[in-house]
Design a protein around this ligand. Sequence first.
Ligand SMILES: NC(=O)c1ccc[n+]([C@@H]2O[C@H](COP(=O)([O-])OP(=O)(O)OC[C@H]3O[C@@H](n4cnc5c(N)ncnc54)[C@H](O)[C@@H]3O)[C@@H](O)[C@H]2O)c1
Length: 365
Amino acid sequence: MVTNIGVIGCGNISSAYIKHSKQYENLFFKAFADLDSERAQAKAEEYGQGAVACTVEELLADPEITIVLNITIPNAHYSVAKAALMAGKSVYNEKPLTISKSEGKELLELAREKGLRVGGAPDTFLGAGIQTCRKIIEDGLIGFPVGATAFMMGHGHESWHPDPEFYYQVGGGPMFDMGPYYLTALVNLLGPINSVSGSTRISFPERTITSEKKFGKKVPVEVPTHVVGLLNFDNGAIGTIITSFDVWAHHMPCIEIYGSKGSLVVPDPNTFEGEVLLWTEEAREWQAIPLLEDRKFTGRSLGLADMAYAIENQREHRANGKLTYHVLEIMHAIHESAILDKTIALAPVMSGKPTPLFRDADLAK
Ligand SMILES: NC(=O)c1ccc[n+]([C@@H]2O[C@H](COP(=O)([O-])OP(=O)(O)OC[C@H]3O[C@@H](n4cnc5c(N)ncnc54)[C@H](O)[C@@H]3O)[C@@H](O)[C@H]2O)c1
């Protein structure tokens, strides 16, 4: 069955969804809406296949649309998602789920009341790279997990993004921008996190846009841009994460997992594939591990296709609200811990286990 999708938000990331959605026979992007009608028109044309441009209100009133793909800016994620749920549509949000925890919780509760789905990005954890790592851990090749490190450090997005202001406003910052990839991967690999502590700073109170359209425009920085967290997993593993827009260069890997019998290098969680390296007590050297072979689906829209199949087959979707909310809660707790100078306990929203290993063949079931 083909599920009609209504796309709200036709900016930078929409082309990635348009391109990769075409891998899935169960997805049709029926309508595109944006506050900027020209953008909506351009994206409807880019998608082709009879897709239309319309207003948000028209899109939400279309009874044939089952899922709203909400790829607006973070500040609009909640209001657009709520309007979609109120209109009887399930919602797949870009990350982060919402800005505040109360908004996130409200969406989850509203979806539950109405029998609708909520969830969203990132879906990179469903890619062959992180799923291969998941299998290595599940097969016991690194023994029991002891710890993990995650590093996402750079100097922000104002050199390339045409409208980078939102990255420095409430809801932005490196943790809310990139943390979802890293934390979703870690939670998928090691299970839920029960408490965190953190330290944060703003190293540069003002940024200057150097991308073409707004070259020279000054942007005040409202949120921490160097964010360090300590993560206590339910399974006893201890993780460290640094997300930063204040670092020019570094040599750290994206994610590593350390176990009682070996170590694992996880590919960049902002990608669907990448190199997996394993070091074991027996081999005593790094070995490149081939990615799972029965995996071809890649790119943004995988989680959306899974949500559409899940609705059809009445099963839970993988990039689900509990997971996206857990990640939102972790990101907030890291910031809260920095302000309150104490460890923050997290509510047990997720069950104790990560989402089961995922293969392409599982998608349509
Ligand atoms: N740009 C990237 O590389 C990237 C990568 C991954 C995820 N994301 C996420 O995707 C989302 C969008 O990012 P982007 O880079 O495409 O942003 P963008 O600013 O390029 O585009 C956002 C679009 O949403 C529209 N919009 C805002 N509020 C709206 C509303 N209430 N109703 C309808 N339309 C509205 C804007 O007019 C704009 O066209 C963000 O949540 C971001 O975190 C972006």
